[in-house]
Ligand binder design. Structure first.
Ligand code: NAD
Ligand code: DAU
Length: 360
């Protein structure tokens, strides 16, 4: 094996942050396999496009031949699987792609990784890792008084997205239990930060605010999410990859529970300071729209295990991370503009028209 890792989905939001950091920190070679769906964006990797430690491969995780060739050619010491359909609302409109990539794609990837790993020599076999990046949504929804999700919570997914991620987590678990594949699974809370695709709450609100468009809040805005700055998620994955116990799962979170309304108010207040409107506040643009079907009320991660066993802690608080995020979007208007065309524009038109708003 070489000091090389394969990352799947490395042109998306979290994957590109992970790959950029890996290459910039000189941690070794990264083979970045991505299908470049609407969510994959090579612009996220512009800073490392000429770096010999970054090799981009345009392929589907479900393409067995492509994966087999790539593993044979590069002899990686680990595979980190970010590739997925990731947007809950899209999974409600069209679950098929979620089953195809998150379940069937993960299965094909596991099969090829199992074959590659099975043929390694004894030492390499012990050292190899398959790290599967998953979500807190597999645990379902909490009431206001429930304790935060622990690794021992039962899986109770509620959306086609979370059900497909839960299925993939179960496959990973089974490949460890049955075949001995050295797997690790991480379940993280909501991420935010640079390169976040503007269909998700935080970048959507920043973008719409600056465009003078409505800021759509599903239902009454009381749903709670637990926010983690994206590079803290990446540092946690690196810790688990290097020192996590094979076969285990690790919850990752920043102890930052906020209602959606609080998050949007915070964004408006920062924008009011950084780029004030001629008149009034960005809060005036807040609009309550029809709720997400089956909308989970609250997610919260208990990150005690990763803190205790691997000494990981987030570097950012919500306050520092959200300021950095707004400043990044203000400094990169072209990145968003390049996205807000074509397929993404069609999605905005469809999603919000059904909620009684014209946002496109
Ligand atoms: P994203 O939608 O921004 O990016 C997904 C990437 O995967 C894209 O580059 C896309 O082109 C690629 N991809 C999709 N299908 C593929 C396929 N069949 N083969 C190869 N590549 C494919 O997603 P994200 O927000 O960066 O999330 C990455 C991972 O982290 C996902 O597995 C997601 O479930 C998980 N996760 C996300 C969050 C979050 O808040 N965004 C939190 C916890 C866990
Ligand atoms: O919890 C981890 C999950 O976080 C990841 O597994 C998913 O991949 C990721 O997309 C994210 O899922 P959410 O559904 O929580 O993220 P989203 O940004 O879509 O929504 C955040 C909250 O904001 C949620 O309660 C729905 C609400 N919302 C969202 C949008 C897009 C609104 O109120 N208005 C909106 O326009």
């Amino acid at each position: 094996m070489k000091n090389c890792i394969v990352v799947t989905g490395g042109a998306g939001f979290i994957g590109s942050n992970f790959v950029n950091e890996w290459v910039k920190h000189g941690l070794g070679k990264v083979i970045n396999l991505d299908k470049l769906t609407y969510a994959g964006n090579l612009e996220n990797l512009a800073e490392i496009q000429h770096n010999p430690d970054h090799v981009f491969v345009h392929a589907d995780i479900g393409d067995r031949e492509a994966v087999q060739k790539l593993l044979a050619a590069h002899q990686p010491r680990a595979v980190v699987n970010f590739a997925a359909e990731s947007h809950v609302d899209r999974s409600i409109h069209g679950p098929g792609e979620f089953i195809e990539t998150n379940v069937v794609g993960t299965f094909h990837l596991l099969e090829e990784v199992r074959a590659y790993w099975g043929a390694l020599g004894a030492t390499d076999k012990t050292q190899f890792r398959f790290l599967h990046v998953s979500t807190d949504e597999v645990y379902g929804s909490l009431s206001a008084t429930d304790p935060a999700f622990k690794e021992t919570n039962a899986y109770e997914p509620n959306s086609p997205y979370s059900a497909s991620k839960a299925a993939s987590d179960h496959l990973v678990r089974a490949y460890h239990h049955t075949y001995g594949l050295p797997t690790l699974t991480t379940n993280c809370s909501n991420n935010y930060g640079p390169y976040h695709f503007p269909e998700k709450l935080i970048p959507l609100v920043i973008h719409n605010a600056l465009q003078g468009k409505p800021l759509p809040i599903y239902g009454n805005g009381s749903n709670v999410r637990d926010w983690l700055y994206v590079t803290d998620h990446c540092s946690a994955i690196r810790r688990v990859l290097e020192d996590g116990t094979v076969g285990e799962t690790y919850n990752i979170g920043g102890w930052n529970e906020k209602t959606n309304l609080d998050v949007v108010h915070t964004l408006c207040d920062i924008l009011d300071q950084e780029q004030p409107k001629a008149q009034g506040s960005y809060r005036d643009q807040i609009t309550f729209v029809v709720d997400r079907p089956g909308h989970d009320q609250r997610y919260a991660i208990d990150a005690t295990k990763i803190e205790r066993e691997l000494g990981w802690k987030p570097a950012e608080t919500f306050e520092t991370g959200i300021h950095k995020t707004v400043k990044w979007y203000l400094a990169h208007p072209q990145w968003v503009n390049n996205i807000t065309s074509g397929e993404y524009k069609n999605w905005v038109s469809q999603n919000y028209k059904e909620r009684g708003e014209e946002l496109a």
